[in-house]
Write a protein that binds this ligand. Structure first.
Ligand SMILES: C[S@@+](CC[C@H](N)C(=O)[O-])C[C@H]1O[C@@H](n2cnc3c(N)ncnc32)[C@H](O)[C@@H]1O
Length: 342
């Protein structure tokens, strides 16, 4: 493996250089064109663009694989395992994924169509985007925002008023809100209400492709979604897995799931302890994280890597990330890493 010397900012010098090696360019370029399943959920921090590089740090084949902090299930749905257990503490995400994985594909499509008709939303997968453009419904940079505004907010209100949200109907409404909502994201306020504003896009062919691929993959693999905190009831499951991939919220970056104390130093320390326990049991794991960013350093992780001789950090290559991440010079002051044992 290649050692990279330009990795360390001065303050990182205490991490042993041997502990921080880069994923080789060859691997990244060879793997980047492989066909991976895209999650139907456009999840912040999802690992789709990094799968080609991550693959090297995941087992080619294994027994029970735990995708801890699974988010949109991108990693778990792309590994070769006898069983994949996907764990996240976000009930909306887990229930939405369950709905999309377990419901018949054509039933999902017709439920979405019912919502489209009931709320007078645009449907470019069927009518094409240019149809709406020709009719004068597309407004420059705002896309289909104006067209869908009234229906979207009515749908949002109806969803938030639902007494039982975790039903097929509720989850189909939530999926539709995501597709028509701002940045195609999922976000909730403290009362558990979906609170994003209208976005520019609609239910298009790309959404259908992702839904289909996900639904097909769900029929091919043995999987289980579990909603829970890694410190509670899921701990035994994690400890008994053959391989654990952990992609927690990153302590030194911001995302919806680490706002308002969603992730903090105590949780980070608890997670590192859990990984240490896996190491003691000679169980393999791969942890994704950001070691430093714009001058901020994840001191806990840095100290932990330094302390544990059997643990190595590998830097991932930004070049292969999504263009939306590729802000000018991004990457220079940031180290996204995978940390592995064994
Ligand atoms: C970086 S995201 C994971 C992205 C995912 N790997 C993907 O490719 O889409 C981190 C996830 O950790 C979850 N999470 C945060 N705190 C948690 C906890 N204490 N226990 C379990 N999951 C947690 C969040 O809900 C979020 O989905």
């Amino acid at each position: 493996m290649t050692l990279i010397n330009d990795l360390f900012q001065p303050e990182l010098a205490v991490v042993p250089q041997e502990a921080l090696v880069s994923a080789s360019k060859k691997t990244a370029s060879t793997e980047k064109n492989m066909a991976y399943i895209r999650s139907p959920i456009n999840y912040t921090g999802n690992k789709y663009r990094l799968l080609g590089q991550l693959r090297k740090f995941l087992p080619q084949k294994t027994g029970v694989f735990v995708d801890l902090f699974c988010g949109g299930a991108t990693v778990g749905f792309n590994v070769n395992a006898k069983k994949v257990i996907l764990i996240d503490n976000n009930k909306y995400v887990i229930e939405l994924l369950k709905y999309l994985a377990k419901t018949n594909f054509s039933e999902i499509i017709s439920s979405i169509e019912n919502i489209i008709y009931e709320y007078n939303l645009s449907y470019s997968a069927k009518h094409s985007y240019s149809y709406y453009k020709k009719q004068g419904f597309v407004n420059g940079n705002n896309g289909l925002k104006e067209y869908n505004k009234e229906g979207f907010y009515r749908l949002r209100e109806d969803f938030n008023r639902l007494k039982y949200k975790f039903t097929k109907k509720g989850m189909c409404m939530l999926y539709s809100l995501m597709v028509y909502g701002f940045n195609n994201d999922l976000r909730f306020n403290n009362k558990g209400e979906y609170n994003l504003p209208i976005g520019k896009t609609d239910f298009n062919k790309n959404n259908i492709r992702k839904l289909y691929a996900f639904s097909k993959r769900a029929r091919e693999i043995n999987y289980e979604f579990i909603c829970g905190d890694f410190r509670d009831k899921t701990r035994d499951i994690i400890m008994n897995a053959d391989f654990v991939y952990a992609d927690p919220p990153y302590l030194i970056t911001t995302a919806v799931y680490n706002e308002n104390g969603g992730w903090n130093q105590d949780l980070e320390i608890d997670l590192l302890r859990l990984l240490e326990d896996l190491e003691k049991k000679k169980k393999r794991f791969t942890l994704s994280n950001v070691l430093f960013k714009d001058g901020a350093v994840n001191q806990h992780l840095r100290g932990w890597i330094k302390k544990n001789k059997n643990i190595t950090a590998h830097r991932l290559n930004y070049h292969y990330r999504s263009s939306s991440y590729n802000k000018k010079n991004r990457g220079a002051g940031e180290a996204e890493v995978v940390v592995v044992n064994g």
